[in-house]
Design a protein around this ligand. Structure first.
Ligand SMILES: Cc1cc2nc3c(=O)[nH]c(=O)nc-3n(C[C@H](O)[C@H](O)[C@H](O)COP(=O)(O)OP(=O)(O)OC[C@H]3O[C@@H](n4cnc5c(N)ncnc54)[C@H](O)[C@@H]3O)c2cc1C
Length: 577
């Protein structure tokens, strides 16, 4: 039995992303305002006083694991800090020009009109990693405790299943599970309220959703995988402040996908591609889709003569309003991407994540005022969300992603109808509106039947990506890209990717799906290797490559991969991404 230190906090935030950083700062600021109003007799109620707030973050610093596009809608940060620019928020540049390109394999057509949800003029292009690093400094200045390199590994409950805090991960365990000389037991951080803001597919949010049934009566969450590179270009290739979104090539019409190019300062561009993880073809490889995207002549011309300088990949929860879990339970709130606050139609979640955090903070003040941290008080969070602009923004687009599960063309008709009907859009949705991606993946056999032997993938990955040179100039293999993600994990630790039954990998999965983990992972973590002992191909997990995108936990058709937090500080280094 390991002896663990217990540290008593009042509020613990899990994850230092925009949702929780905004939440913690807003909480600190609003308590001061609330108490002053009571002192001045301008408000009735109880004062909250000084409370201890902690944020735990698994990355080695705040921002290390933050990956985004990113065009930031400033609506939420302006509410949090009206003078955010004067206070030094590191925005890169302002969007001055929008474009929408429809791509084929040989052409790029500049659409005469940019769809209104993709108009971004006046918004900010940012490195979200830098913005979070800066918000982290603001939190520390306000007296909030931030603990980087502290993954929250487990949720702590009392005997009635109320959440009472989190246990952080142990350090110094070797690959066989034995304690090393530097062993340090994780601590129990106890809190009256715990806020989960772990981003897409949070590992604790997953645990608690299953245990408390927070997804009962909700639609299945659907995810996409966003893959991004930063490039330095020759002057004149692409203007600063220009934002391009693309549709078409290389996604087939049954697969959700689209690209972006954002022009930052100093001839740097953020370029990336999003592939829906609800694709049907088991041969799809989202990393290769992105590489293929760059071979379109209009895209390749932007990158000509340039140099790739950074790489990253991260999932996006795309389901929106219908797939939101219950956002509260006794002692706990769920915010940001973990709570499905992203607007899939705009591919924007920074502003909604921040606002959800701020509304959580206001709910927490009410809980301290009444000294009640149960669902009875915390349920006000959902009411606040539904009365805020988050509802006005997310509810009308609640059917956006679901429609893509019927194919691109019905989705586009649906998007048009959405405008007219505020999201009702009849007839172009699957029956359940959002079907989990792993349930939609076809077996290789079904795929062959569905498309015939000369279909788009011809059931062979090599055919689908035949035109991609992987030349290390324009297009890169996974190993090269992973190097540019700055990933580091101590190899002498147990793998944090728990494959619950590797026998399935070597048998059923090999036959039925051709081991899609080798393709859907954007970091070459999963390999099937010939084994001298068994004489068959067995799964090898290169966990030290993992970029913490969570794709494997989501996309595995048997749902036998469980992503848990590795030793603190391990993972990618997205500084400046
Ligand atoms: C490729 C891509 C492009 C995007 N482009 C845009 C865009 O242009 N505009 C826009 O508005 N939005 C965009 N988004 C979405 C946006 O980035 C997210 O909606 C937003 O970052 C969500 O914020 P969050 O705080 O909920 O989570 P995150 O930003 O994911 O932050 C979560 C933090 O929690 C930490 N964490 C997770 N689990 C634990 C744990 N158990 N213990 C400790 N720490 C933990 C993580 O390391 C991370 O630092 C994009 C997303 C992606 C992936």
């Amino acid at each position: 039995m390991i002896e663990r230190e217990q540290i008593e906090m009042d509020v613990v935030f899990v994850g230092a992303g925009p949702a929780n950083l905004a939440a913690a700062l807003h909480l600190k600021n609003e308590i001061v305002k609330h108490d002053e109003m009571i002192d001045k007799g301008l408000k009735f109620g109880n004062k909250v006083g000084e409370i201890e707030i902690a944020i735990v973050e698994k990355g080695s610093f705040v921002g290390a694991h933050i990956l985004s596009g990113a065009v930031m809608d400033p609506i939420a940060i302006r509410e949090l800090m009206p003078d955010f620019l004067d206070q030094g928020c590191p925005v890169d540049t302002v969007v001055t020009e929008d474009a929408f390109w429809y791509l084929t394999d040989t052409k790029g057509i500049n659409a005469p009109l940019v769809p209104p949800p993709l108009k971004n003029k006046g918004k900010y292009i940012v490195s979200l990693s830098k913005v979070c690093e800066w918000l982290g400094e603001k939190c520390e200045e306000a007296g909030i405790n931030i603990f980087p390199e502290f993954p929250a590994a487990e949720v702590l409950y009392d005997e009635n299943d109320a959440v009472i805090g989190v246990r952080t991960g142990d350090k110094g365990i070797d690959k066989d599970g034995k304690h090393k000389a530097n062993f340090e037991a994780g601590v129990d951080l106890l809190a009256k309220v715990t806020v989960l803001g772990e981003g897409s597919r949070g590992s604790l949010a997953k645990q608690i959703t299953a245990r408390l049934g927070l997804d009962h009566g909700k639609e299945s969450q659907v995810f996409s995988l966003g893959i991004k590179e930063l490039w330095e270009l020759p002057a004149g290739n692409f203007p600063e402040g220009k934002v391009v979104h693309t549709l078409g090539f290389p996604s087939d019409t049954r697969t959700y996908g689209g690209g972006w190019i954002y022009g930052l300062k100093d001839n740097v561009v953020s370029i990336g591609y999003v592939t829906g993880l609800d694709y049907e073809d088991p041969m799809i490889d989202p990393h290769a889709e992105f590489q293929k995207f760059k071979t379109n002549p209009k895209v390749a011309a932007v990158l000509a003569g340039g140099k790739m300088i950074k790489y990253g990949a991260k999932t996006i929860n795309a389901g929106g309003y219908y797939t939101m879990p219950k956002l509260y339970a006794d002692g706990v709130l769920i915010v940001g991407d973990s709570g499905s606050f992203l607007n899939g139609q705009r591919i924007k979640g920074i502003h909604t994540a921040m606002k959800s955090g701020m509304l959580a903070a206001e709910t927490i003040i009410g809980a301290f005022e009444h000294q009640d941290f149960s669902s009875k008080t915390l349920r006000h969070f959902e009411e606040k969300v539904n009365l805020s602009w988050i509802y006005d923004e997310l509810h009308p687009v609640r059917n956006f992603h679901g429609a893509f599960q019927k194919g691109r063309w019905s989705a586009l008709i649906n998007t048009g109808l959405q405008f007219l009907t505020r999201g009702l859009a009849w007839g172009f949705l699957p029956k359940e509106h959002h079907v989990a991606g792993h349930e939609r993946m076809q077996t290789v056999g079904d795929r062959q039947l569905a498309v015939g032997s000369r279909g788009p993938s011809d059931h062979l990955k090599d055919v689908r990506y035949a035109g991609v040179p992987f030349d290390k100039e324009l297009t890169f293999d996974k190993a090269t890209d992973v190097f540019y993600a700055g990933v580091a994990h101590d190899e002498d630790q147990p793998s944090h990717l728990h494959v619950l039954d590797t026998e399935i990998c070597a048998t059923r999965c090999a036959e039925e799906y051709g081991n899609p983990c080798q393709r859907f992972c954007p970091a070459a973590v999963y390999e099937m290797e010939e084994s001298a002992t068994t004489g068959r191909r067995e799964l090898k997990v290169n966990f030290s490559n993992c970029v913490h995108c969570k794709t494997c936990d989501i996309a595995d058709p048997y749902q036998i991969i469980n992503w848990v937090t590795p030793e603190g500080g391990g993972g990618p280094n997205y500084k400046g991404m």
